[in-house]
Write a protein that binds this ligand. Structure first.
Ligand code: ATP
Length: 307
């Protein structure tokens, strides 16, 4: 659905995005992650035809922005970081107005306005002036606006920022449900828990692409694994024994818990277990702790900064 090749965007002396390439398929949720100023919003703005790239190619649903801009705009929905609404008219009228830009029947338009205002808990307040809405309510209204024409591709820049936990949970559930509708979701978020629970693949960017992969692939990249061992007695007694095992790189002890970073766990874990058992030491728990997306992200960004 989205094909990007060697895309670069410069703003005078600043290169916001440099030579990025990726493909995103139908019904894929693609999380686009990176630190502040990494070029995420700039990329969304190029993909949604709001600004032109300095160089490179974009193809969306088989069309380029220059020859198929109108088609692209008709099949995308966009939630920006600071979505503007007409503050002096009602929420209902805002959606009614935005929906009029799209080629959808009057019936469908009314159905969708009702559906999304109800879904986001705003139906009772539909006649209130949008300017009187709270920040989170405006965010939900903006999301309803992005969805009103049932787009095939949805660009979401921080969709749950400013939402209360219950609403954020509901919005995440909704994003997940879009898979069934075969909607492609391009998701920018600083919430890495959200990215890991929703996305099929993540792309980590800092002006250039650092890595594109599924979470499982990212976990597989790293040959070092975190192991947690809970001993029956204070783990400090066993620190020397553990430290001396080849492949144990880092050891932290907290009461009867030992946390280890282990190199090549396939070889090292059996050695650790054998040493423990041979020494007649009682353990209650031995487990590999899966790296979170946050662990992996922070490592990748740190490596990039060290270059
Ligand atoms: P954040 O997570 O903070 O929202 P981001 O990854 O979305 O950051 P962008 O907004 O894409 O980052 O900005 C990338 C870089 O491009 C920044 O250095 C920013 O200052 C610069 N930039 C973006 N838009 C413009 C513009 N219109 N004029 C000049 N520089 C710009």
């Amino acid at each position: 659905m989205i094909n990007v090749e060697n895309l670069t965007k410069k703003f005078n002396a600043i290169t916001a995005v440099e030579d990025i390439s990726f493909n995103i398929g139908e019904s894929e949720i693609f999380a686009f992650l990176g630190p502040n100023g990494a070029g995420k919003t700039t990329t969304i703005r190029m993909l949604s035809t709001l600004i032109q790239p300095t160089s490179g190619e974009i193809t969306i649903d088989g069309r380029t922005p220059s020859e198929g801009g109108e088609h692209i705009r008709s099949i995308i929905g966009l939630l920006t970081e600071s979505p503007g609404m007409y503050e002096k008219i009602s929420a209902f009228d805002n959606l009614n107005y935005y929906a009029s830009f799209y080629n959808i029947s009057r019936e469908k338009k009314n159905d969708n306005i009702k559906k999304y205002l109800k879904m986001f808990g705003l139906w009772e307040r539909k006649d209130d002036i949008a300017g009187t809405y709270s920040k989170g309510m405006k965010q939900k209204l903006a999301l309803a606006r992005a969805l009103i024409h049932e787009p095939k591709i949805l660009f979401l820049d921080e969709p749950t920022a400013g939402l209360d936990p219950e609403s954020a949970h509901m919005v995440r559930g909704f994003i997940e449900s879009l898979k069934k509708e075969k909607t492609t979701v391009f998701l920018c978020t600083h919430n890495l828990q959200e990215a890991s629970s929703l996305s099929d693949r993540v792309c980590i960017i800092k002006r250039k692409i650092i890595r594109i992969a599924s979470l499982e692939e990212l976990r597989g990249d790293n040959q070092n694994k975190k192991i947690e061992i809970i001993f029956k007695e204070d783990a400090l007694r066993y620190s020397k024994l553990l430290e001396n095992i080849e492949g144990v790189k880092v050891l932290e002890i907290n009461k009867n818990i030992a946390s280890l970073i282990v190199e090549n766990p396939f070889n090292t874990n059996p050695i650790i277990l054998r040493k423990i058992l041979d020494n007649g030491i009682d353990i209650v728990y031995f487990n590999e702790i899966k790296a979170t997306l946050e662990d992996i992200y922070l490592d990748l960004i740190k490596d990039e900064e060290a270059k």
